[in-house]
Each structure stands twice: as C-alpha cells, then as structure tokens.
Ligand binder design. Structure first.
Ligand SMILES: Nc1nc2c(ncn2[C@@H]2O[C@H](COP(=O)(O)OP(=O)(O)OP(=O)(O)O)[C@@H](O)[C@H]2O)c(=O)[nH]1
Length: 414
C-alpha cells in the first residue's frame, strides 16, 4: 500500500532540504513521488529534486486543501496509477495549515486506497518565537498537529536558546517527538526512524529529560519522580505549584488533561482545545460559544473580524494564507553579477524594504555565464552556483510587500 508522508513547515524552514536528506539517506531504494504545493506561482524547488530522480508533481495554482481539493484527490490517484510508488511525500506550502492538509488527505484516503503514515513539521529553531508571535495562526497550527517536529538550524543556537525554543514548542504540542540535533550530525535514516517510532521516542524522552513531565505538588509524577512544590527538581528546574514552568507547561496543582493541554475549569470543547467564551484562542482561531459548523470548526456567520478581514461562513477557521501573505513571482531576463544580487538580497534580509519579507528564492543568470540560485529568510541569505533554468525566475513572499520597490531592487522591468 502506498504510504503518504506530509512534511510541512513555515516559509524557509527547511522542508525541501529535509526531503532531500530523507530521499538520499532515509529511503533511497523506494519509489517516491513528491507533491509540492508552493504559495508562489512559480515552482522553483522542483529542479533540485528532479536531479535526485524523484517524480515531482507541482500544484501551484492554489492551495491543496481549498481550491485544489478535487484536483488533489485526482493528483493522488493519478500518481498511484502512473507510478505505483511506495511513498508519496506531500510538501504543503509554507503558509498552509497542517490540520487542513491532514483533513484533505484523510478525505481522499479511502477512495485512493492509501495510508496517511506520518505528518511532520520542520521548524526553524532560530525563529520560533518570532513566528509564533507574528504569524502564530499558521505557524502554531503546523506545530500543534505534527506527530514529529524536526527543528532546523539548531547548531546556531546556544543551549539556553534551544531550551527556550523547545519549551515554546512543547507548550503547543507536548506529545510530538522533537528532533533537536543539527542535521549534519544525524542521518536521514535516523530522522525517518524517529518519524516512524513515536512510542519508542516518547519512552526515551521520559527517561532522559523533564520536559514532558507533569509536576504536581504532591504526587508521584508519572515519570516516577516525586516533585515537591518547593524544591528544585533533580532535572534542575524549580516547579512552583502555580506558575508556568519554564519548560512551557503550565503545572497547576489541580489538573492536567491527558491530552497534554491545560484546561481552565470552565469548559472544554470536543475539539480538545480550551476556549474561553469570547476570546481569540491561542491556537489563532476564534471560538464563539454558540455554534459549531458541520465541518467541525466554528465560524462566525457574517462578521468583519477586528483584523479587518471578512471571514466567510463556508470557509475554514481563521484566515486564508492569501489574506495575510502575498507573493510576488516573476520571470526575468536580467543578467546579474553576483555582487549585485548579493547587495539586493542583503538589503532585503536586513529588513530595509517596505513590508515584511519572509522568504525569497530564485534562479537567475549570471554575467559569467553560470546560474545563481538563491535562498533568503529573514536575517540570512545564501547564493549558490547551480544548473540553468529555462528562464530566470524569482519569488518573494511576505506580507504587505511593495512590488514596485521589489522590482526596482531586482532590476526587473515592466
Ligand atoms: N544552516 C542551515 N541552513 C538550513 C537548514 N535548513 C535549511 N537551511 C537553508 O535554508 C534555506 C531554505 O531551505 P528549504 O529547504 O528550501 O526550505 P523550505 O522549507 O523548503 O522553504 P519554502 O521554499 O519556503 O517552502 C536553504 O538555503 C537551506 O540551505 C539548517 O538546518 N541549517
């Protein structure tokens, strides 16, 4: 039976890099098809993976869980018939909600005879806090619904900062297996094993660190330790009986639900989240206390949200990616010097353009006859020499972008 793995993650997290690693070191002998759903209209990653001999199906004219849902089922079926793969990897757009993608796959599982095998989220450890704060509706959803979370760029963080990031992740998802080792130090096979052996990993984590443990002030913890309410725990943390622990969990002296979330004493929704009766939930959704739509989500029936967007009743919770993010994708005939391109990217990476640039990537011709491939996330950019593309192309994704300014910076005419 073909198995389906979803590899999600925010813009520039490292999804494609992880997929490459898994293909080379995790399941090199399996027949794999990759379905990519990019937010920008131009598929730029495809080329790299085609070199690795993988069949790629790009679905870039919408979102697989919304406008492409019918096409998505069709694409899955076609893949199965045409290639009879062992595995289909789905790489949703960086601003896709993992819960929606899981829902879309589950919806077509029966008719395609495939099995949803794992749902992994790649998260940039250096930007967790920033993304949770500014783009939590999308970022948190990807964290909350993953069964494995692979942190990227952990080699750039101090032990303290990594612990801080882990705590933020644990607060959103206490159950997932979280991989914190820099990718150079682990093989794709090890990552795959973690993605597939959740129970074993959970067991190991219980033995090894205190993060997933609940510390009541008077009971034996399920980890087998006793945590008094006034002493330093042997894990090195102090666990007061009424505060948020620095591990990101709230350790109340009264209760913790077995789902791992903390629920205030008034209500619990069947979806497993806690919803105060009138607030925006920290999951980014707004949950009114009166109705629930048959899709299982709650939707206000016709109001303008405070954020200024109108949320239609028929639609799934919160915002669509295209209400929050914009993408500017162009083909260009401009031939760049490496210095010129670096200068443009540095200006963008340092935030000196209008709006927020979250991601830029492209393949453009260079004056020396080679081709330049570039990748940019906030604060970081990389230029490599690589294969020629059929045309120069570039894509910038962010919010409130000034396209005229971007066109000027990239020397794109018209
Ligand atoms: N140093 C370092 N760089 C990384 C790591 N993971 C990803 N990168 C770099 O980050 C950039 C983005 O990586 P991708 O794998 O393309 O990210 P993505 O999640 O597929 O990005 P989208 O195209 O936005 O969906 C590339 O330049 C990678 O080389 C990591 O763990 N360490």
């Amino acid at each position: 039976m073909t198995q389906i793995d979803i590899i999600s993650g925010f813009l520039g997290a490292g999804k494609t890099t992880l997929i490459k690693k898994l293909l080379q070191e995790g399941f090199p002998k399996e027949k794999t098809v990759l379905i990519e759903n990019e937010f920008g209209e131009i598929g730029i990653d495809g080329g790299f993976l085609k070199e690795a001999g993988v069949e790629i199906k790009e679905m870039n004219s919408g979102c697989i869980c919304c406008s492409l849902v019918g096409d998505f089922a069709e694409a899955l079926k076609k893949c199965a018939e045409q290639f009879q793969p062992d595995r289909i990897i789905i790489e949703p757009s960086g601003v896709g909600k993992l819960s929606d993608v899981i829902g879309a796959v589950q919806g077509v599982q029966a008719e395609t005879g495939m099995e949803l095998h794992s749902f992994t989220t790649v998260a940039d450890a250096t930007k967790c806090k920033l993304y949770m704060k500014n783009f939590g509706e999308f970022f948190n959803n990807q964290i909350e619904h993953a069964n494995t979370i692979v942190l990227s760029r952990t080699q750039k963080l101090s032990e303290e900062k990594l612990a801080e990031c882990l705590a933020l992740i644990r607060e959103k998802n206490p159950k997932a297996v979280v991989i914190t080792t820099p990718w150079d130090a682990v093989s794709g096979a090890q990552i795959l094993e973690a993605m597939e052996q959740k129970e074993l990993m959970e067991q190991l984590m219980k033995e090894d660190d205190c993060l997933p443990h609940h510390h009541d002030h008077d009971e034996e913890c399920e980890c087998g330790h006793h945590h008094d309410h006034n002493e330093e725990c042997e894990c090195g943390h102090h666990h007061d009986h009424d505060e948020e622990c620095e591990c990101g969990h709230h350790h109340d002296h009264d209760e913790e639900c077995e789902c791992g979330h903390h629920h205030d004493h008034d209500e619990e929704c069947e979806c497993g989240h806690h919803h105060d009766q009138d607030e925006e939930c920290e999951c980014g959704h707004h949950h009114d206390h009166d109705e629930e739509c048959e899709c299982g989500h709650h939707h206000d029936h016709d109001e303008e949200c405070e954020c200024g967007h109108h949320h239609h009743h028929h639609h799934h919770h919160g915002h669509d990616a295209d209400e929050v993010f914009t993408s500017w994708s162009v083909q260009t005939a401009h031939v760049y010097t490496e210095d010129e391109l670096r200068q443009t990217l540095n200006q963008i990476a340092e935030g000196s353009v209008t709006g927020t640039v979250l991601r830029a990537k492209g393949i453009v011709p260079c004056t020396d006859g080679t081709w330049l491939h570039f990748d940019l996330v906030p604060g970081e950019c990389e230029i490599r020499r690589g294969a020629a593309a059929v045309a120069g192309m570039l894509c910038v994704i962010g919010s409130q972008l000034d396209e005229t300014q971007l066109a000027g910076l990239f020397h794109v005419k018209g």
